[in-house]
Design a protein around this ligand. Structure first.
Ligand SMILES: Nc1nc2c(c(=O)[nH]1)N(C=O)[C@@H](CNc1ccc(C(=O)N[C@@H](CCC(=O)O)C(=O)O)cc1)CN2
Ligand SMILES: Nc1ncnc2c1ncn2[C@@H]1O[C@H](COP(=O)(O)OP(=O)(O)OP(=O)(O)O)[C@@H](O)[C@H]1O
Length: 195
């Protein structure tokens, strides 16, 4: 394992422990606040479609934002993992019943009920373990969002979703890692690298 890979692994362990230690009530309250800020950002930028992750483990809970999007005619897309190629396939989601348990135990679009979409979302909400104020981010190591980044890069707005406890100064990065345009947390909206 190279140096950066090792550093990523250590930071993952450290930050999963921090995120998992947040009490449920605090996590939900912070998620509500982060979703409110994300909705402001979507509204201000007149974004009409968003790729939203379905939360698992102790991630920022995105359900309040999904409901907000449905109420405000913002199209919601959710990803399904193709584990063999580590690609994500995007599906429009209209209600909760269109999800079923999928790869890694994450709720995914049920392909018996839904058709994949070729739509390019105008924004992508990115989950993660650690974020910093340069727009860098550390995920679980599957490279799923990095591959999507390679595919969509400048065609969409990249928004990290964080609990305030997930901010760190330095994140080890490789050349293929996402650079986020915004990181939204319960504390508000952080902006980076906007051309
Ligand atoms: N809600 C949500 N959906 C998502 C992601 C995410 O981070 N959050 N992903 C973002 O990419 C993808 C799933 N990626 C994942 C990658 C690895 C593991 C996982 O369980 N990894 C093991 C460690 C494996 C190892 O170190 O070899 C673990 O954490 O125990 C889970 C999800 C796609 N969907
Ligand atoms: N664009 C890409 N094309 C092919 N492989 C890639 C690409 N981006 C990343 N990878 C591979 O994916 C693996 C995981 O990368 P990394 O550790 O940065 O994941 P991560 O960003 O934490 O995970 P995720 O995006 O799933 O949350 C690495 O082995 C890397 O080589």
């Amino acid at each position: 394992m190279n140096d950066i890979a090792l550093q990523k692994k250590q930071l993952r362990q450290q930050l999963s422990a921090i995120r998992n230690s947040l009490l449920e009530q605090l996590r939900l309250q912070q998620s509500e606040e982060a979703c409110k800020h994300a909705a402001e950002l979507i509204h201000m930028n007149r974004i009409r479609s968003v790729l939203v992750y379905v939360p698992f483990r102790s991630e920022v809970d995105t359900w309040p934002l999904i409901h907000w999007c449905w109420q405000h005619q913002v199209k919601v897309l959710v990803p399904r993992c193709d584990v063999a190629t580590r690609a994500m396939i995007l599906y429009p989601l209209y209600n909760k019943d269109q999800l079923r348990s999928g790869a890694y135990g994450i709720m995914e679009p049920d392909d018996q009920q839904l058709q994949p979409s070729d739509d390019i979302p105008e924004a992508v909400l990115v989950p993660g373990l650690a974020f910093n104020n340069k727009g860098q981010r550390l995920g679980y190591g599957g490279g799923y969002y990095d591959r999507l980044y390679e595919r969509l890069k400048d065609q969409t707005v990249w928004i990290g979703m964080a609990h305030e406890q997930q901010f760190v100064d330095d994140i080890p990065v490789d050349s293929y890692d996402i650079v986020l345009n915004f990181v939204v947390s319960n504390k508000g909206i952080g902006t980076f690298s906007i051309e």
